[in-house]
Ligand binder design. Structure first.
Ligand SMILES: Nc1ncnc2c1ncn2[C@@H]1O[C@H](COP(=O)(O)OP(=O)(O)O)[C@@H](O)[C@H]1O
Ligand SMILES: [Mg+2]
Length: 272
């Protein structure tokens, strides 16, 4: 490795360490505590930790250094949304396979670990539904698709994957007219209902990349804040430029650089 690259890496590592200390210091005292809810209608499906780890859902492992990265991301999101009552967060990105779903899942678990709120992870990627796969729930699991097709009540679709204070709402399959569903009054009402029902709950929406289809842009109207995921050595400058001109910038919290070789870790969060 060249001396310049070594020096740059060292500087970056030092900056990360400083930033981490700063964020930890900024985290307010945990005074409020939300009790784990009792699940009446929500189905509880215990998922073995080994299965989750196999699917790279590393946040279930407290000892994994990547979990720290996600906690850092969580802290930064909380500190920039909580005071303003922003609790609906859209995870999007640029193209496919950047790790959006993986980031959404790991982030949701770390959010749920924070004592101050519960977390709901909603899969609204009707082109490539993934949340159920990460949880190993099988392809037949029902989700929002049946709700939008009028076949199922919303209450029947929530699943607690055996992780305290985390609930998921799977996509339940592909939808052909996804942009229309994403922009429908029924979707708007759903987001409003989920947002308003429990004030101490964060809702994370896993959506497709902004360069791949209109769905995530249409959907962004209904949510409070957006986090983008880019993948190192994968997402192009061109893609980034296009998306930056597309998205409502006032809603953008920041971008996660996934799969960064430099940091030898899954995720790193930075601000624009
Ligand atoms: N940091 C990473 N390290 C290793 N594999 C990763 C990483 N991020 C994503 N992947 C893999 O890349 C693929 C796409 O990830 P996914 O989260 O489904 O992307 P997206 O939601 O952006 O389409 C999956 O097989 C996932 O396991
Ligand atoms: Mg995805």
């Amino acid at each position: 490795m060249s001396r310049i690259k070594k020096a740059l890496e060292k500087a970056k590592a030092e900056r990360m360490a400083l930033e981490k200390q700063k964020v930890l210091r900024e985290e307010p005292a945990k005074v409020e505590k939300v009790e784990a809810p009792k699940y009446f209608q929500t189905k509880v499906v215990e998922i073995p930790t080994e299965k989750l780890l196999h699917n790279k859902v590393v946040a279930v492992d407290e000892d994994d250094p990547v979990t720290d990265q996600f906690k850092l991301l969580r802290t930064r999101i909380l500190s920039r949304t909580r005071a303003e009552g922003k609790n609906t967060i859209q995870i999007s990105g640029f193209d496919t396979d950047e790790g959006k779903s993986l980031v959404a899942m790991n982030l949701a678990i770390c959010m749920a670990k924070d004592t101050r709120q519960t977390t709901l992870l909603v899969d609204v990627d009707f082109r490539k539904p993934t949340v159920h796969k990460l949880l190993g729930l099988g392809e037949n699991v029902r989700g929002l698709k049946s709700y939008f097709e009028g076949e199922t009540e919303l209450g029947e679709l929530f699943i607690n994957p055996g992780i305290e204070k985390l609930t998921v709402l799977p996509a339940g399959g592909r939808i052909l007219n996804a942009p229309e569903v994403m922009g429908s009054p029924k979707m708007e009402a759903l987001v409003k209902e989920l947002k308003g029902r429990y004030p101490d709950r964060y809702i994370i929406f896993d959506t497709p990349g902004l360069n791949t289809c209109p769905d995530p842009l249409v959907f962004s109207e209904y949510i409070d804040a957006i986090v983008l995921v880019a993948r190192s050595d994968y997402t192009s400058q061109e893609s980034i430029k296009t998306v930056m001109n597309l998205i409502p910038r006032e809603k953008l919290l920041g971008t996660v650089l996934n799969d960064s070789q430099w940091l030898d870790s899954l995720a790193y969060y930075y601000r624009y």
